[in-house]
Design a protein around this ligand. Structure first.
Ligand code: ZN
Length: 145
């Protein structure tokens, strides 16, 4: 990755952490999850409302922690709004591979948007920060409210 691209990615991450998208709590949420990364002290809570067709009609997060954890949560909620649960799980699988520096099944627009987090693969401690929101979303889907 060249330096200008790395700077662009850092700008995107800082922008998301300073101005998080979908920050708050979904009213009448059907699914809730609480996530904690003790290694860094990050916290992310995710609330979602699913419609009758397995689609994420609304998703929001609240949290505090490092820029990576909060930016990743912001980016995730922005991407998952309106997507199917099936898509969300596929994206999560692809994202986990991406941030571990492994071959990823992400493609097209999804890959382009999540690529900004790929740099964390060089920092194993940071991988947990980047994946916290996704694991929390998954546990919300599994647990319901
Ligand atoms: Zn962190």
């Amino acid at each position: 990755m060249d330096d200008s691209l790395r700077e662009l990615y850092q700008d995107v991450i800082l922008d998301h952490s300073r101005h998080p998208r979908h920050f708050g709590v979904v009213e009448g949420a059907t699914h809730k999850g609480e996530g904690h990364n003790p290694l860094c002290g990050d916290r992310v809570n995710v609330t979602m409302a699913l419609d009758g067709e397995g689609r994420i009609a609304d998703i929001k997060f609240e949290g505090k922690g490092c820029a990576i954890s909060q930016a990743s949560a912001s980016l995730m909620t922005e991407m998952l709004q309106g997507r199917s649960v099936e898509d969300a799980e596929k994206l999560m699988g692809g994202f986990l591979h991406l941030v571990k520096g492994e071959e990823t099944e992400l493609a097209g627009d999804d890959r382009e948007r999540l690529e900004v987090m790929a740099g964390v693969s060089a920092f194993p401690m940071r991988v947990k920060c980047a994946t916290l929101a996704w694991h929390t979303m998954k546990s919300a889907l599994e647990g319901g409210s």
